[in-house]
Design a binder for this molecule. Structure first.
Ligand code: KIV
Ligand code: ZN
Length: 517
């Protein structure tokens, strides 16, 4: 019997720690449902003790997801473990993931605890977590810089206390593949009860080796990989799920373990996470980048046309490229629209929100021949359909550009229901629009990123714009979608301004309650 590799997705926990990638409860339900379609084994939905909002979001994901295990992170203390246990209570299968740092540098400077105190806290947390579920994971944060003897001691104790998964994180992305594989071999050999737990790897990408390190751990006996869609995560991110999965599937001769993932759901998952977080996917990104299957050179094109395998090791359609489903058409009615939203796992808060979304859909269907699932996802991430009344809303926009003339924009927004007008000139119509908006909002925020991506193929595609703003140490990503990219840009800027207004949308991981993570 072939071993099965457990895919543990932490897009909604570690991925959410990327600047500006905070997700709302509804965002998490949508991502959770897509991860379930992808047949991810374990979904880490958040960090329950970090904020009441994240607690509720985990609860909602636990209720919505039926097939995957839903997990919450918890530091090794009574309050965190209790919050995590409560948050996953409604799940069909729930896991508590508790962690504590084990490296000398973290124990001394961050925790200010002696190794024996750390071990005691780990054991206590695991035992407490077992009161909520039989599925308990223990992680030794910064394992990469920890002493191997101490790791062996704490892992043996955690397994004895009831941990069923032992996770070994390269928290700072410091390892190299050979070292990481050797560490796993050594731990699995030396920990006397190692056969009572699943060994897991969790790698960060600071030196660009997160995927290579994770795969090296798999070769050394790890049977769970923690990873994220598009490699999202703290700093340079985590190991990317799509690369891990496709490496194991494509090189089954090397890895010799199965994965339960439905790879055709990879590209839709990548697009959804990108839409929701505002983190675009680089075109040359493996598997999910727009160029991942594009052949530019004549020799390659000729070879592929004659025999696909000459230059392709995977089929684009196997990972979901070109599979974008024609979702609805111009004549589709309100109930077909509502059904499709349900199938996509999109929760609609009220009839008012459904009406606003349906109106946006009809407007889009008038401009665009075919509406795909990606279009629906983009519509639902749009400012115009958010149920709560936003501080700023776009009323109208005129943008003008002509060769030899300086572009200008005239904009009308409503601020808490009161209409305000402005116009400005700029280097281009988008620049003019942003200047006009800034003269009204006066946020003083710094623009860190502006990017445009097409949602589907063709020049009638919606443009999806991300605007990243920074103000007083807070970073937010605003998103907007429209077939007119100047309008999409205005929506994205307004969305970012609204997020700066909403204190509750601060990334929960950075909240005061979570300072020591
Ligand atoms: O990188 C890390 O160490 C983590 C742990 C909390 C698992 O994310
Ligand atoms: Zn991490």
């Amino acid at each position: 019997m072939q071993d099965q590799l457990i895919i543990f997705d932490t897009t909604m926990r570690d991925g959410e720690q990327s600047p500006g990638a905070a997700m709302t409860r509804d965002d998490k339900i949508r991502i959770g449902k897509q991860l379930e379609r992808l047949r991810v084994d374990v979904i880490e939905a958040g960090f329950a003790a970090s904020s009441p909002g994240d607690f509720e979001a985990i609860r909602a994901v636990a209720a919505a997801v039926k097939d995957s295990t839903v997990c919450s992170l918890a530091r090794a203390n009574d309050n965190d473990v209790a919050r995590a246990g409560e948050a996953i209570r409604g799940a069909n299968r729930g896991r508590v993931h508790t962690f504590i740092a084990t490296s000398p540098i973290h124990m001394k400077h961050k925790l200010r605890m002696e190794p024996d105190q750390v071990l005691e806290a780990a054991v206590r947390a695991v035992k407490q977590a077992r009161q909520y579920t039989d599925d308990v994971e223990f992680s030794a944060e910064d394992a990469v810089r920890s002493e191997v003897d101490f790791l062996c001691r704490i892992f043996e104790a955690a397994i004895k206390a009831g941990a069923t998964t032992i996770n070994v994180p390269d928290t700072v992305g410091y390892s190299v593949p050979q070292h990481w594989g050797d560490l796993f071999r050594s731990l699995i050999t030396r920990v006397p009860n190692s056969d009572k737990a699943v060994w897991s790897t969790h790698c960060h990408n600071d030196l660009g080796m997160a995927v290579a390190n994770s795969l090296s751990a798999v070769l050394a006996g790890a049977r769970q990989v923690e990873c994220t869609i598009n490699g999202l995560g703290e700093r340079a991110g985590n190991a990317s799920l799509e690369e891990i999965v496709m490496a194991v599937k494509t090189r089954s001769d090397v890895f010799k373990c199965g994965v339960g993932i439905d790879a055709t759901q990879i590209v839709p998952a990548s697009k959804l996470v990108s839409t929701i977080t505002g983190y675009p996917v680089q075109p040359n990104k493996a598997v999910v980048g727009a160029n991942a299957f594009a052949h530019e050179s004549g020799i390659h094109q000729d070879g592929v046309l004659k025999h696909r395998e000459t230059y392709e090791i995977m089929r684009a359609s196997d990972v979901g490229w070109g599979a974008n489903r024609l979702s609805l058409g111009k004549l589709s009615g309100r109930s077909a629209f509502r059904n499709r939203l349900q199938e996509l796992g999109i929760a609609i808060a009220s009839e008012e929100a459904l009406n606003a979304a349906f109106k946006r859909f009809k407007e889009l269907a008038d401009k665009k021949r075919e509406i795909f699932d990606e279009d629906i996802q983009a519509i639902m991430s749009d400012e115009a359909v958010t149920p709560e009344r936003e501080h700023y809303m776009l009323v109208s926009l005129t943008a003008h550009s002509e060769t030899g003339e300086q572009p200008y924009a005239r904009i009308v927004i409503s601020e808490e229901g009161r209409e305000r007008h402005s116009e400005a000139r700029g280097a281009g119509p988008v620049d003019a629009t942003f200047q006009a908006l800034e003269s009204l909002a006066g946020s003083g925020a710094e623009l860190l990123l502006y990017s445009v991506n097409n949602v589907t193929e063709g020049t009638d595609s919606q443009g999806e714009v991300t605007v990243r703003l920074s103000k007083a140490g807070r970073i937010v990503n605003g998103m907007g979608a429209d077939t007119d990219i100047v309008v999409a840009s205005a929506k994205a800027y307004i969305n970012a301004l609204n997020k700066l207004e909403h204190k509750s949308r601060v990334n929960p991981q950075y909240g005061a309650e979570a300072e020591t993570v």
